[in-house]
Write a protein that binds this ligand. Structure first.
Ligand code: ZN
Length: 257
C-alpha cells in the first residue's frame, strides 16, 4: 500500500509574470511551496525539502540581496519540512530517500536536516550547481545543498524501489537536470508531482513557459511529456506552485492518494 501526502514547505510572493511569461508584469502573487512524502512499504521518500526556516527570519542573509529583489518569503513559523513532517508523526530519520526536483532554494533549503537520507538528484543538476557560472543563468546557493550528504547522482529515469511504483522522471529545462516524480499507487491511481517543470495548471493548459528557465525548447519538451501523462495516461498532476490547486488539495493527515 502506497500513500502520498502533500506538505506545504513555505510560501513565496513574486511577480505573476515571472511564472506566466505572457502576462503583463507588476502583479504580486503568493504561491505555495510544496513537498511530497511518499510512504512505500520499503521506505519513505521525501520529494523536495522546501525553503530553509532561516529564510523567513533573515531573508537577505539567507537568500542574498539579488533574490530578495525578486521575491518575498511569506512562510509562517512551522512552514518548513521538519515541522510539516512532524504533523505526520515523522522525524527526519524516518525518511530513507530525499529526491530534489532541482536545486533552487525553495526545493532543497531543508536538505541539511536529513543527514542520514540518501539523496537522489540528476547528475546534470548537481554538476551545474557545483560549478557556478558554468551554466549561464543557473547559480543556486551552495548554502542550501552543499552539506555532507549522501548524494546519489542519477542519469535519467530512476525507479526508486524497483517495482515501478515510485519513479523519478527527467524533466530538464527549467534547470539543467530538473526531475519530476511519478507514483503508481494502484491501477487507477497514478500521479505526477511536476515541481517546477510546470508551475501551474495554466502553464500546461495554455502551453506558456515561465521567465525563469535554463533552456526553453528543452523545457517545452518536458512540459509536453507531462501533459501526455496527464491527458493520455490519466495521471493526476500536481503543479509546482499553483495556489488555486493547493486550495483544493487534501491536507495532512489525509493523503492525496
Ligand atoms: Zn520552485
Amino acid at each position: 500500500m502506497i500513500s502520498v501526502f502533500a506538505l506545504c514547505t513555505g510560501s513565496i510572493e513574486l511577480d505573476r509574470a515571472s511564472m506566466l511569461s505572457d502576462l503583463a508584469p507588476g502583479q504580486p502573487w503568493t504561491v505555495p511551496v510544496l513537498s511530497f512524502l511518499v510512504d512505500h512499504p520499503r521506505g519513505r521518500l521525501l520529494f523536495d525539502t522546501g525553503v530553509h526556516c532561516q529564510a523567513r527570519l533573515d531573508p537577505v542573509g539567507r537568500l542574498g540581496p539579488e533574490r530578495v529583489k525578486r521575491l518575498t518569503v511569506k512562510s509562517k513559523e512551522g512552514d518548513d519540512a521538519v515541522p510539516q513532517l512532524a504533523r505526520l508523526g515523522l522525524k527526519p530519520d524516518d525518511v530513507r530517500y530525499v529526491a530534489n526536483s532541482h536545486l533552487h532554494f525553495d526545493h532543497c533549503g531543508g536538505n541539511e536536516f536529513f543527514p542520514r537520507a540518501t539523496f537522489l538528484v540528476q547528475r546534470p543538476e548537481l554538476d551545474a550547481a557545483r560549478r557556478p557560472g558554468f551554466v549561464p543563468g543557473y547559480s543556486p546557493s551552495p548554502i542550501d545543498f552543499e552539506h555532507p550528504l549522501d548524494y546519489q547522482m542519477l542519469d535519467g529515469e530512476h525507479d526508486v524501489f524497483g517495482d515501478g511504483a515510485v519513479v523519478l522522471i527527467p524533466t530538464y529545462g527549467h534547470t539543467p537536470g530538473h526531475q519530476s516524480l511519478f507514483v503508481r499507487a494502484g491501477k487507477q491511481a497514478q500521479m505526477v508531482c511536476a515541481s517546477d517543470a510546470c508551475y501551474t495548471r495554466d502553464n500546461m493548459d495554455r502551453d506558456v513557459l515561465p521567465k525563469i528557465l535554463w533552456d526553453a525548447s528543452v523545457m517545452r519538451d518536458s512540459l509536453a511529456t507531462l501533459r501526455t501523462l496527464r491527458d493520455q495516461a490519466g495521471a493526476t498532476m500536481f503543479y509546482g506552485h499553483d495556489p488555486a490547486q493547493w486550495q483544493t488539495m487534501p491536507r495532512v493527515p489525509a493523503p492525496v492518494i
